[in-house]
Design a binder for this molecule. Sequence first.
Ligand code: ACO
Length: 331
Amino acid sequence: MIERYSAKIAGTGRYLPDKVMTNQDLEKIVDTSDEWIKTRTGMSERRVASEEQASSDMALEAALQAIDHAGLRPKDIDLIIVGTISPDHAFPSTACIVQNKLGIKHVPAFDISAGCPGWIYASNIAKQYVENGIAKNVLTIGVELLTKILNYEDRGTCVLFGDGAGATVISRAESSDISRIIDSDITADGTYWDLLIQPAGGSRMPASHETVDAKKHTVYMDGNRIFKLAVRSMYDSCDKVLKRNNMDISSIDWLLTHQANLRIIDALGRKLKIDPNKVIINIEKYANTSSATIPIALDEAIRNGKIRRGDIVLMSSFGAGLTSGSILIRY
Ligand code: ACO
């Protein structure tokens, strides 16, 4: 019989590229305004990777920090899962490239394509591996380099996204540890698969001169429809996790949701009836870094002392698929 263990977040790390693109910078590229972007989304600026950088380069920096923060070395990692929709290549997985950069061999490594909840999906899987005893220290990464696949003629999408990486090490918890991943929920509704999509480059629409000319290799989004589904899907996921752990919103010290739009974060907070002071927000600095928003904000909040040991943190996300999911932890 397989023994059951508990899992915890043992270390966190983040990487943001140095280059800052402000709303004023975007005003020079596309027909938009600082005022529109701020009032409609809450975003002021975002980070942009350099020409030379790829997702695995950013993932590596975040991973090294998380491994160090956990008091481990790369050789202690026994599984690598990368959540991304902007991998270095269609294949092989970015996880294998990160594995090579970390100098680790003979451990499984794979990517998860789950849109913005990519890190939540990866960490949900990591939790199972740790709990069933198959892995002791799993590296989960959310990384996105979306600025290279944005259409800077489409003001409805190009202002919304930024680049970055967040990483966590999910380890076996000792019985003396107060830290735990209490629960996690993931789900998807493929009815909405075409609301957020990079149409070309796969088997449905292989790359051709026409697809490049028509900018079909960039992000397409039905923002209005996603907006409505976002609040509902994150609320349902949070509610499910709270209910099955006999907890209510007053037990939560911090709510950390996907940073896609300040109005979505506020609406979810109101629906959950959480004190707005308990909601972690950094969207103004980094915009939407897709699968990286939650692990970046988690690392930032831990390192600046906002999230303290023993705090209960509820994290939730939604994204392309349409996917959604939550993770409830005691840090
Ligand atoms: N600057 C100025 N005007 C703009 C811009 C812009 N950047 N973008 C759109 N507009 C205009 C529109 O053309 C429209 O003009 P019109 O009324 O003359 O037609 C007007 O602003 C209103 O447009 P809406 O789309 O209705 O604006 P809305 O308030 O819905 O905001 C937004 C749009 C920000 C995209 C919002 O719908 C949203 O955040 N949706 C959710 C998107 C999301 O979460 N995506 C991430 C999913 S996660 C993942 O997997 C990556």
